[in-house]
Design a protein around this ligand. Structure first.
Ligand SMILES: [Cu+2]
Length: 67
């Protein structure tokens, strides 16, 4: 399944890398696509990963998840 998050606070390549690294480390996450311009993070994951888990990981890095 694929979940699309709208994330505020991602401003540069390092933000992108930090999110990709943190979310890829979650077991069950297959793919992470960060679009800095659109402010979106699209995560491809299996059913063992909840939206809440992904959201918490993004927020722990200091970003704000709108959806
Ligand atoms: Cu940055």
């Amino acid at each position: 399944m694929q979940t699309n998050f709208t994330v505020t606070g991602m401003s540069c390549y390092r933000c992108k890398k930090a999110i990709e690294k943190a979310l890829s480390a979650i077991a069950g996450v297959a793919k992470v696509a960060v679009d800095l311009v659109a402010g979106s993070v699209v995560v491809t994951h299996d059913n063992s990963v909840t939206v809440e888990t992904i959201r918490e990981q993004i927020e722990m890095l200091g970003f704000i998840v709108a959806t």
